[in-house]
Design a protein around this ligand. Structure first.
Ligand SMILES: [Zn+2]
Length: 337
C-alpha cells in the first residue's frame, strides 16, 4: 500500500512545464544590460548577444542549426552600418520520430533592439521587454522541452534587424536553412515580461496575434486552458499586431505563424526606460511554460496547423501556402485537433 502510493507520487501530472524565473531573469539581465548598448542592427554588441544566445542554447543541449554553426550570417545592406556582418541565431532540437522529424516547428524572437539615442542622460535603449523577454522565452522553452523528445524537430531562432523592418526573419524566409515547405508552424515571442499594459494589468494570461487566422490559435487556447494559462484574442490588437513582428515574414511565405505577447502597449515601449528590473519574471515563467506546452502539442500532433479559410484577411497567406506546398490547405472540417 505504502509502496504503491510512493510510486504513484513519482508520476507528475501533465501540467504546466516548469520554467525557472531566475534563469529568465539572468538571460534578460545580460541581453538588456548597458554593456550590450541596446543591441542595434548592425553592431559589435549584437554579435556579442548572438554568441551569448548560442552559448546558452548549447548549454541546454540544443544543436547548431547551420551545419556546425549557430549563425546564418550575411552583410547588412542598406543605410547605417551597410557592409557589417549580421546574423540570425539558429539551433536545432532534432525530432524523435523517423518520419515527423523531417517536419519543423519554429520557436523564435528577435534579439536586436534600437541601439543608442543621440543624446540624453540615459542613451541606451535596453529593450528588456522588447525583446530580450522573447529571447529569454525561446531559451526557457528550449530548457523545458530539450529532454522531452518531441516527434517533430524544433528550430530555435533569434532574429537580427526586426526593429529595422523584420529584416532578419525576411532574410531567413528567402534563404531558409530548413525547407519552409516542411515548416509546419512558427511560434514567435514578443514582450512577455511586462504585465503593466497601458490598458491595465495582464497577469496569468497571454495574447496571440492573428488568433483566428489559423488553427494554431484554437490549439494554443486549448493547451492554455489545460495548463492554467489562458491564451486569448485581443479584441482590438489581435489582427493589426499580426503584421508587427517576425511571424509576418513567415506568414507571407505561407507558414502558419503567430506571435505570443503579454502586453501590447506599455509605458516604456521603444524608450530608454525599458529596463530589466520592470519585468515580472514569475509571470513570465508561467507564460513560457505555456508556450513550451503549445510547442510540444504542435510538435507531437497527428495533424499539422492550417490557415483558416473562413477568415477574409487570410486569403493572401493561403495563396502563399498553396504556392509553397503546390496544393490547397487541408479542409478544416475534415481535421482533428
Ligand atoms: Zn519587438
Amino acid at each position: 500500500m505504502i509502496t504503491s502510493l510512493l510510486v504513484s507520487a513519482l508520476f507528475q501530472p501533465q501540467g504546466l512545464p516548469v520554467v525557472k524565473a531566475d534563469e529568465l531573469k539572468r538571460y534578460v539581465s545580460y541581453l538588456a544590460s548597458d554593456e550590450l548598448k541596446g543591441r542595434g542592427t548592425p553592431s559589435p554588441e549584437l554579435i556579442k548577444a548572438s554568441e551569448y544566445i548560442a552559448a546558452e542554447l548549447t548549454k541546454l543541449g540544443v544543436q547548431p542549426g547551420v551545419g556546425q554553426s549557430f549563425f546564418q550570417s550575411t552583410k547588412w545592406e542598406r543605410g547605417r552600418g551597410a557592409g557589417e556582418e549580421v546574423r540570425n541565431v539558429i539551433g536545432l532540437l532534432p525530432g524523435s520520430d523517423p518520419v515527423l522529424s523531417k517536419e519543423y516547428v519554429v520557436v523564435s524572437a528577435h534579439y536586436d533592439h534600437l541601439g543608442e539615442a543621440k543624446e540624453g542622460e540615459d542613451k541606451i535603449f535596453n529593450g528588456a521587454n522588447d525583446d530580450a523577454s522573447g529571447v529569454a522565452g525561446v531559451l526557457g522553452v528550449a530548457a523545458a522541452i530539450a529532454k522531452s523528445k518531441p516527434k517533430r524537430s524544433i528550430i530555435f531562432m533569434a532574429f537580427y534587424g526586426e526593429e529595422r523592418g523584420l529584416v532578419g526573419s525576411s532574410f531567413y524566409a528567402k534563404n531558409p536553412v530548413f525547407p519552409l515547405k516542411n515548416t509546419v508552424a512558427m511560434l514567435n515571442i514578443e514582450q512577455i515580461g511586462r504585465t503593466d499594459d497601458s490598458e491595465g494589468p495582464r497577469v496569468g494570461q497571454c495574447n496571440l496575434t492573428g488568433f483566428n487566422f489559423s488553427t494554431i490559435g484554437p490549439t494554443c487556447a486549448k493547451v492554455g486552458k489545460e495548463v492554467g494559462v489562458p491564451v486569448i484574442e485581443h479584441p482590438q490588437f489581435s489582427a493589426p499586431y499580426f503584421m508587427a513582428s517576425d511571424n509576418a515574414a513567415f506568414a507571407a511565405a505561407g507558414v502558419p505563424a503567430h506571435t505570443f505577447s503579454v502586453a501590447y502597449e506599455f509605458s516604456d515601449y521603444h524608450r530608454v526606460g525599458d529596463h530589466a528590473d520592470k519585468l515580472d519574471y514569475n509571470n513570465m515563467a508561467k507564460i513560457t511554460g505555456m508556450i513550451a506546452a503549445c510547442t510540444l502539442q504542435i510538435a507531437n500532433s497527428g495533424s499539422v496547423p492550417s490557415w483558416n479559410k473562413y477568415q477574409k484577411r487570410v486569403a493572401r497567406y493561403i495563396e502563399a501556402y498553396e504556392k509553397l506546398q503546390g496544393k490547397p490547405p487541408v479542409s478544416q472540417t475534415n481535421r482533428g485537433s
